[in-house]
Structure formats: structure tokens, C-alpha cells
Design a protein. Structure first.
Length: 167
């Protein structure tokens, strides 16, 4: 994304779908940050309960790409792409994500800002998901965004608490 587009994104009007969530994880900040930036970790927790990620690619650098295909328990695949705009390890990630339709067109775009605050060995994570563009079909997906992120963060908590994440 160009600097010009980034400015437009940051100045986009707020949407009724915008979301802010904070969670405290019983894991060090460095591990929680890695869980957002390393493919092997992201593939384990991204998406609501019961979802898998048959495609998961994360290139954690400014302008680096994200591509995740989430497969629902019923087999429906929900693809998304995105690009990192800011990486300040282990404190902050900013990325734009695009939920794609079956033709590969974006149905809505989110500006996601994730902050990681050390709390004596635990991590306070704040996620801000801001809708910066939506199409007519977006509301049917956006109405489940809060539940989807809540379940994803539950899965993240389980992942960073597992022995797999710490190895």
C-alpha cells in the first residue's frame, strides 16, 4: 500500500462495525508477538472456533503480505489477504486486511492495530479493527466480526499457553 493510501486509511471515518478488544495473556510479550508474525503460530490459532487455515502465509515486514484461507467446519473457505504497514517488535503491529469474495475481490478492508504491553511477564494485547472500506455485502460478514475475533483470541490464549508455542 502506498503512503498516500495509508494516509487515506488512517483518516477514514469510523464505522459502526469498528472494534476494540483487550485481553491479557499468561505468556511473555515476545511469544505473543511471534504468534502474530510467524506462519507456524498464526496457522494454529487464526479464526473462530473450529476453523482451520489450509493456506497461511505471513511475511512480517513493512509491505509484507498476509494470506490466510480460513476453512469453516462446514468446509466453506473464507480467504483474506493483507499487508503490513508497521512493525515495531514486540510492541505494535499495523496491517490492512481484505476479506475476499469467491472471485478474489475485496468485500471489506480493515485497518488492524495490535499493541502488546508487558505486564510483569504477561501480555496485555489490544486489538483495534477499523473498517476503512465496505461493499454492499460486507454487513453480513462484519456482524460476526466481534464474535470471530473473540474466539480467535481465545484460541491464541490456548496456543501461547501450549508447549507447542514455547518450543
Amino acid at each position: 500500500m502506498s503512503a498516500n493510501n495509508a494516509r487515506i486509511s488512517a483518516e477514514a471515518e469510523s464505522s459502526k462495525w469498528d472494534l476494540v478488544m483487550t485481553r491479557v495473556f499468561d505468556a511473555p510479550r515476545e511469544l505473543v508477538f511471534k504468534a502474530w508474525t510467524e506462519t507456524k503460530h498464526v496457522a494454529q490459532w487464526w479464526g473462530p472456533a473450529g476453523f482451520t487455515n489450509p493456506v497461511c502465509e505471513v511475511d512480517p515486514r513493512v509491505a509484507g503480505a498476509i494470506r490466510i484461507d480460513m476453512r469453516a467446519p462446514n468446509g466453506v473457505v473464507y480467504p483474506m489477504t493483507g499487508e503490513f504497514q508497521e512493525i515495531d517488535e514486540p510492541e505494535r503491529l499495523v496491517f490492512v486486511s481484505h476479506a475476499l469474495d469467491d472471485k478474489g475481490n475485496s468485500m471489506f478492508d480493515l485497518l488492524n492495530t495490535v499493541t502488546f504491553e508487558d505486564q510483569r511477564g504477561k501480555t496485555a494485547l489490544t486489538l483495534q479493527a477499523r473498517v476503512i472500506r465496505e461493499t454492499a455485502v460486507a454487513p453480513q460478514y462484519l456482524k460476526g466480526m466481534e464474535m470471530g475475533w473473540s474466539q480467535s483470541l481465545d484460541r491464541l490464549a490456548a496456543h501461547v499457553g501450549s508447549s507447542d508455542a514455547q518450543s
